[in-house]
Write a protein that binds this ligand. Structure first.
Ligand SMILES: C[S@@+](CC[C@H](N)C(=O)[O-])C[C@H]1O[C@@H](n2cnc3c(N)ncnc32)[C@H](O)[C@@H]1O
Length: 404
């Protein structure tokens, strides 16, 4: 197992970057909107194998992209390098999960995530900021695991009030403050370490720049939702990646791909998603015929009441949204079946695209690591928990050099 301190961030980023750029034709096209991605047809035997997978095998590979990569490497040998390129050390430490009696109102999964993050970060600086802290579940976990005092920043007043009550009730040295962390006038609390668990896109990036600017000695981030950004496309943080930018520019859709993972979604939710996805694809076939244009037409999120309805109802709603007139008696049964077959094909083609989620995620986090190195920090990067607990399980932990 690699040790977090031995991680050669720059070499890994370069190797990943070259690999991702070379394999762009496999991950850029979106099968949902482009029924036949340009790469299809190049490896007919591979496509035949994909098409012949039964639904059980597809579901298995959806949950185990590493295994799928091994299989697919028989036709696409470059995929054989994926495993080495995404290998990172496991960062762990003494069990720090909050005892159940102290974990009131804390969802079970969050309790374990916070405990695993605290374990990987021990020992802490004497005072810590929990950035975008919600009700302060992580903050209370850190306090119980030895952080002297924890200041939580959160913009939702109800969460702040509730979090302060929970902290008071459990006697934790935690104070939450209502704060928009993106506000230019943010005043950094008197703390030496900034920590963020699952603060989305711009929010975790803001912690890195704010922490660097305020001269804190340690920044520890578990990023998520990279696509939640005000920028139209991804803006790298490091000089290193900016210098090479252009080779691998990421749109917001590419960033969304990184987090399109549902390892933790319950079965009922997954079945519902498959059904809705097949309806959307069925309507896509219908609208292409009606408009006489072989082109995807984006449809907004549908009202949840339609989930309980049928395909015909979905099509009527979608057609109205887009100002399309349906024929007097559309062959809904035909288009519903069309949607089901396209959905089956999309799931198989997406297996290929989804192989690039983790490599892209690591590519993004390595940019953060390079940025922190450029600012004088030594970085540790690894996983803080199993993927089944949360797929967003990369932890970047950076110490200002000379201060450890
Ligand atoms: C995904 S939750 C994570 C909460 C907590 N860190 C955890 O792991 O339980 C993100 C939190 O960020 C808060 N948030 C979103 N935008 C914010 C902003 N501009 N300033 C402060 N908090 C914000 C949300 O209200 C939410 O509580």
């Amino acid at each position: 197992m690699l040790d977090g301190t031995e991680f050669d961030v720059d070499a890994r980023w370069q190797a990943l970057d070259r690999w991702l750029v070379a394999l762009q034709p496999l991950w850029r096209p979106v099968p949902f909107t482009t029924p036949t991605p340009p790469w299809a047809g190049q490896w007919p035997e591979f496509e035949r194998w994909l098409d012949a997978l039964d639904d059980g095998e597809v579901a298995h590979y959806e949950h185990d992209p590493d295994r799928f990569a091994q299989q697919a490497a028989a036709w696409l040998p470059q995929l054989g390098r994926r495993r080495g390129l995404i290998a990172v050390p496991a960062l762990s430490g003494p069990d720090s999960t909050l005892a159940e009696a102290l974990a009131r109102d804390m969802p079970g999964r969050k309790r374990l995530q916070a405990g695993a993050m605290a374990a990987a970060l021990r020992p802490f600086s004497p005072a810590v900021v929990d950035w975008c802290c919600g009700k302060g579940h992580l903050a209370r976990t850190l306090a119980a695991a030895g952080a002297g005092s924890v200041y939580g920043l959160e913009w939702d007043a109800a969460l702040v009030n509730e979090g302060n009550r929970l902290a008071r009730d459990s006697g934790a040295a935690v104070t939450l403050r209502r704060q928009d962390v993106l506000a230019p006038a943010l005043v950094w609390p008197g703390a030496d370490q900034g920590v963020a668990l699952h603060a989305c896109g711009d929010l975790h990036r803001q912690l890195l720049t704010t922490g660097v600017g305020c001269g804190v000695s340690r920044l520890s981030v578990v990023p998520c939702c990279y696509h939640r950004t005000a920028a139209a496309e991804h803006m790298p943080m490091s000089r290193r990646v900016n210098a090479a930018h252009g080779r691998c520019r990421l749109s917001r859709d590419d960033l969304r791909l990184v987090v399109q993972e549902t390892v933790t979604a319950p079965g009922r939710e997954r079945r519902q998603r498959h059904r809705l996805s097949a309806w959307r694809l069925g309507f896509d076939g219908l609208q292409r015929t009606l408009r006489g244009r072989d082109e995807y037409l984006p449809i907004p999120s549908h009202p949840t009441r339609l989930n309980q309805g049928d395909f015909a109802g979905f099509c009527r709603w979608a057609a109205q949204c887009k100002g399309l007139e349906l024929p007097p008696q559309p062959d809904f049964a035909y288009w519903e079946q069309h949607g089901r077959s396209r959905h089956a094909r999309v799931r198989r083609l997406e297996l290929v695209r989804h192989l690039f989620r983790r490599p892209l995620e690591l590519w993004l986090v390595l940019d953060y690591a390079l940025y922190l190195q450029e600012q004088g920090f030594a970085v540790r990067l690894g996983t803080f928990c199993e993927r089944a607990l949360t797929p967003r399980n990369l932890l970047l932990d950076a110490h200002r050099q000379g201060l450890r």
